[in-house]
Design a protein around this ligand. Structure first.
Ligand SMILES: [Zn+2]
Length: 165
């Protein structure tokens, strides 16, 4: 299996918390290194992503970015997602639904697990530092090397429980 196919499920390498100015610089040099221009549209997308504290879909991102820069097209949003993932600014969160979710990784510096409501869009990221140890230890025990891992807890949120009542 190619390494790249695992990228979506894997966690970012552990990095210390970064400040917004450093992140902006890292983003612009990342673009430059790939021969991509630093455009107003890309910066608008970056700005929205940087401010996000909850999970979002490509459509959520499109709606929000349009409020900042109405010239940004849906295609630009979809083309930007792999760039943002490559830069380590966001991570794809697959909760087994048709829609893909993304989360800003700037405030995360340990392994993240997800608590997912089965009935609505609520996804909560939780620190799960023990998972780093667990995955490595388990793989090593079976003479394997850890490629990626995920932990998702499925639940019913209070709002959804109340609705059924
Ligand atoms: Zn719910």
């Amino acid at each position: 299996m190619k390494k790249t196919t695992l990228a979506s499920a894997s966690q970012p390498p552990q990095t210390p918390p970064r400040n917004p100015e450093e992140i902006r610089k890292a983003f612009t040099s990342f673009l430059a290194a790939r021969g991509l221009r630093v455009t107003g549209q890309r910066l608008a997308i970056f700005k929205v992503v940087e401010a996000r504290t909850t999970h979002f879909t490509a459509e959520d991102l499109f709606d929000e970015v349009r409020r900042v820069d109405s010239s940004v097209s849906r295609a630009t949003i979809y083309r930007s997602l792999p760039i943002l993932i490559g830069n380590g600014l966001i991570r794809e969160v697959d909760v087994g639904r048709e829609q893909k979710y993304y989360v800003n990784t700037l405030r995360q510096n340990t392994f993240q697990a997800q608590l997912v409501c089965q009935d609505c869009d609520k996804i909560i990221e939780v620190d799960a530092p023990f998972m780093d140890w667990y995955g490595k230890t388990l793989a090593a025990k079976h003479d394997m090397e850890l490629a990626s891992q995920r932990l998702q807890v499925l639940a019913h949120c209070r709002d959804c429980i109340e609705k059924i009542k």
